[in-house]
Design a protein around this ligand. Structure first.
Ligand SMILES: [Mg+2]
Length: 399
């Protein structure tokens, strides 16, 4: 088997006005993701996903990576990753390049599994896996905190047992929103909190008291990802596990976080951090530090499944994230939709990643190669000055 071609599909979705959500970056107008397809000369196609700037991903994959990989054995996944990493190291290592090569590597794992007629989780060392824990990622900023409580019940009704909410708006909002969601969950569910990078150490420590009282599962990214010292300082004042890693790349990035004892939960995302092998390596290193792996995902259902295989194969794999904000690339991209029951995402024995794309959905959302993205707030990237509307600074308020 030889690699015949490598292609990128940029997927783009614009929310209808009434479905847009508010978050720390403003109002989310669009969603985007990049699918990678590695086709072999025997007709098999491996699928991967990248969550980064799509135009950069297109350029790196089609102009530099694809010509180097064509004609090579796609099952030599580790060798090809090292080749891609070496080719992009000078401008890569963190950011779009390492994310892009991770998407190609994920597609190579899918091909390797198809060739071996074995699911990727089994190739990675998992045993007898039927499902992995998964949590609903949603509960964005809402002026009506009672609506957050109602939304929490919807996630429970859809089969989730854990859910992540966004705080970091103001002290009064944080406490009211947390109260609404944890009360609505009662004994049926547990809550993770995403701090949206909006705290100081003292403010975060104050919120930790509330999180401890309500049994929160983890406190994610209270600080900017570069501020490792703040994470270390909060660790000493928190019994709630601290989580981060959606903004980290490569084993070397996570090594810095783990050596510093900055986090309890490593959120390496296959589609951002550098691929399946890299996320597995982060998980192993985290285990050596007595920490857990709970991959971030946000972009699409291929990303969810790729990360789920890593959780399934990692002894310290804790749970995988599933966007529940009405993202069509989660809900409609796969011919067999994601299936969550009793808080567990089903994994199958199908070869490779076990994903088949709904090509009509891909065609409907495909954004032409080379065309600039429309201005908008893409949840993690913002284009155009009119969409640059970050939330006002955190207000301390009164408890
Ligand atoms: Mg997050």
């Amino acid at each position: 088997m030889r690699i015949a071609s490598i292609d990128v599909d940029t997927l783009l979705f614009e929310y209808p006005a009434q479905s847009r959500f508010r978050y720390a970056g403003g109002t989310c107008t669009h969603r985007v993701s990049s699918l990678i397809r590695v086709a072999a000369d025997n007709g098999e196609v491996g699928i991967g996903s990248v969550y980064s700037h799509p135009r950069l991903v297109e350029t790196i994959v089609t102009e530099q990576i694809a010509p180097m990989l064509r004609g090579r054995d796609p099952t030599a996944v580790e060798d090809l990753w090292r080749l891609m990493y070496g080719l992009t190291r000078w401008y890569g290592r963190k950011g779009a390049a390492v994310s892009a090569i991770g998407g190609v590597e994920t597609a190579l794992w899918d091909l390797r599994g198809k060739q071996a007629r074995t699911p990727v989780w089994k190739l990675l060392g998992g045993e007898n896996v039927k499902a992995v824990p998964a949590y609903a990622s949603a509960l964005l900023w809402d002026d009506d905190v009672a609506a957050l409580g109602r939304e929490a019940r919807v996630h429970l009704d859809r089969g989730f047992r854990r859910m992540k909410m966004r705080l970091g708006r103001s002290w009064d909002y944080d406490v009211a929103a947390l109260e609404a969601v944890t009360t609505a969950c009662g004994r049926d569910g547990e809550v993770m909190v995403d701090g949206s990078l909006r705290y100081t150490v003292d403010r975060a420590a104050r919120l930790v008291g509330e999180l401890e009282a309500r049994g929160a599962v983890w406190f994610e990214e209270p600080f900017e990802p570069e501020d490792i010292d703040a994470f270390v300082a909060l660790q000493k004042r928190s019994r709630i596990p601290l989580a981060a890693g959606e903004n980290e790349f490569g084993l070397q990035g996570f090594r810095e976080l783990l050596r510093a004892d900055a986090i309890d939960i490593a959120q390496a995302d296959v589609c951002r951090c550098g691929g399946i092998g890299e996320a597995m390596a982060v998980g192993k290193l985290a285990a050596a530090h007595g920490k857990r792996l709970a991959p971030h995902t946000w972009s699409d259902a291929v990303a969810v499944m790729a990360n789920a295989h890593v959780v399934a194969a990692s002894p310290n794999g804790f749970t995988v994230e599933i966007d529940q904000t009405g993202n069509p690339f989660i809900a409609a991209l796969l011919r067999d939709p994601l299936e969550v029951r009793d808080g567990m995402l089903r994994l199958s024995d199908a070869p490779g990643l076990g994903v088949a794309l709904d090509e009509e959905v891909v065609a409907r959302h495909r954004w032409p190669a080379g065309r600039p993205l429309p201005d908008g707030a893409y949840s993690d990237m913002i284009f155009g000055p009119t969409h640059l509307a970050p939330a006002p600074p955190y207000r301390d308020g009164q408890a």
